[in-house]
Design a protein around this ligand. Sequence first.
Ligand SMILES: O=C[C@H](O)COP(=O)(O)O
Length: 241
Amino acid sequence: MRKIVIAGNWKMYKTQAESEEFLQGFLPHLQETPEEREILLCPPFTDLSALSRNLHGSRIQLGAQNVHWAEFGAYTGEISGPMLTEIGVRYVIVGHSERRQYFGETDATVNLRLKGAQKFGLTPILCVGETKQQRDAGETESLIISQLDKGLINVDQENLVIAYEPIWAIGTGDTCETKEANRVIGLIRSQLKNPNVPIQYGGSVKPSNIDEIMAQPEIDGVLVGGASLEPESFARIVNYH
Ligand SMILES: O=C[C@H](O)COP(=O)(O)O
């Protein structure tokens, strides 16, 4: 039985005060959320401690948006696994397309971060996905297989989540057609040693399309950007029918 994982990636949005305000509006909606759904918030680093304190006793899990592979060291601007687990963080997003595009993340550094996350007790969420240009050139399958091949070298597939995020669907309102997302996620699953790895879809997920997305048999959850920033909108997503 594959786990359902629904994650909000807040990217570089929300101060601590705003994150606490979000929780007040969001937590009451969780009373309707079926127990088996893993609900996850991935705020900026500065919000993690405060949220961790406020979430004590709640079913919400915390995720970071990046992690370095070393335990500590002279790596200005980076954060280590032990720093995250100490404050109750359980998950971390690795290889998001925005990290690959703007901050030089490569399949090789993604691989190091995945292994580093696991070494220090975090569950990584590996993001893969193609650009519009790659899709139009018929390269979607080969690109994704290559990202998986290089990213997953010596990675433990028992402690892993994967997110398929077509880059052209991120923040654009242009959701990937659900059957196509299901097909690509099936392809991703066929490449894995462990077929029970939860695989999410990400890219313009919103209250109006969540039910259709989650009705697809290969899709085990969603990684939500913009629509996770408002309590009511994210509540509708976690409480999909
Ligand atoms: O990590 C989340 C994705 O980048 C999706 O963002 P979006 O829901 O705003 O399209």
